[in-house]
Structures are given as structure tokens and as C-alpha cells.
Design a protein around this ligand. Structure first.
Ligand code: SF4
Length: 172
């Protein structure tokens, strides 16, 4: 039905920050239903640039989901994407050690409904993780410029693949 390709690359945080634009990305986030609704998503009570500069290196990971079955609908592809992005994010978190922190694919998915919707504190701080975009990174530029990959490819209405990106931030 579909296959998965994985790509990784280690870069310095300095290099990653070439694709940082906190204000621009937060403006995109304002159009998302998760804005102000999930603690892993903006707005944050901390400076995202300073947060990233606590680290020296970043190992980027991309997962490319290649759809081979032409009968799959767009909705089915997006469902597959949601399943795979959680598997991928769980894998990233399992790679963490005391010097590293995972940046997952998309929003935190630990609770069915985030406590933020009721203005209550996060109940699983040790499992909450941010994404690259939640920290102000232009993910399309990160994938195309640093990983040589476009986020998705649709031709004649057929979405042939979807890509998602995560990372491990590393303190050396
Ligand atoms: S762990 Fe739960 S409460 Fe905390 S950010 Fe994630 S979804 Fe929200």
C-alpha cells in the first residue's frame, strides 16, 4: 500500500537557525486549530530562538511515505500520515539521552484533549515535545535546503508522497 524511506543528517544548530523565523512561522500557526490549544504549540512563554541555542548540534530525520496504491483517497493518505508520524515521533523520543531532546512531527499527541483547552497545566511534562515548526523553524526550507527533499509531491491530483520531519537536539 505504501513504503517508508528514512533520511538523516547531522547539522550544527547554527546552520539550522538559518531557517528560523519565529514571527513568520507563528503567523502561519495562528491559522491552525491547535494554536493556543496545545501546550507544545505556540504561543510559548519562552523565547524559541534562545531555546534552540541551548543546543549545539541537531540530527534531522525525515520520513518519506511513498504511496504506491493509486486507489488510496487523499483522506486515507492523511490517516496513514497521522499513524506514521506518531510511530516516527515515538522512535525519536526513544533515541533521547540526558544530552538530547526530540523534536517530534507535529503537535504533542500524548492526551486525547490537551489540558491547555481548559487553561490547565500540562499533565505529562516529561512526555511533551515540541516540533521544529512550533519552535519557529521554516520546515519546508529545512527539508529542501538541508535534506534535499520536498515536503510533498502532487501531480495531476495524485499525491505520490508525504514527508514529515523531526530531530534530535544535542548538547555537546
Ligand atoms: S502531554 Fe497532554 S497536556 Fe501536555 S502538551 Fe501534550 S497533550 Fe497537552
Amino acid at each position: 500500500m505504501y513504503t517508508i524511506e528514512k533520511i538523516t543528517k547531522k547539522v550544527t544548530v547554527e546552520n539550522l537557525l538559518k531557517y528560523y523565523d519565529g514571527n513568520k512561522v507563528e503567523n502561519y500557526c495562528k491559522n491552525c486549530q491547535n494554536y493556543e490549544k496545545i501546550w507544545s504549540c505556540p504561543p510559548h512563554k519562552f523565547n524559541t530562538y534562545d531555546y534552540l541555542t541551548q543546543y549545539n548540534e541537531v540530527k534531522l530525520y525525515a520520513v518519506k511515505i511513498i504511496f504506491e496504491d493509486e486507489t488510496l483517497t487523499k483522506e486515507q493518505k492523511l490517516e496513514i500520515f497521522q499513524v506514521e508520524r506518531k510511530i516516527f515521533s515515538d522512535e525519536l523520543m526513544s533515541l533521547e539521552d540526558e544530552t538530547s531532546e526530540a523534536l517530534i512531527s507535529g503537535n504533542c499527541y500524548q492526551c486525547d484533549i490537551c489540558q491547555r483547552t481548559e487553561n490547565k497545566p500540562c499533565i505529562l511534562e516529561d512526555k511533551k515535545r515540541y516540533s521544529l515548526e512550533a519552535l519557529g523553524l521554516l520546515v519546508g526550507d529545512v527539508t529542501s535546503k538541508l535534506l534535499n527533499l520536498e515536503l510533498d509531491w502532487t501531480q495531476n491530483g495524485f499525491m505520490s508522497y508525504l514527508t514529515t520531519v523531526g530531530a534530535l537536539l544535542i548538547k555537546k
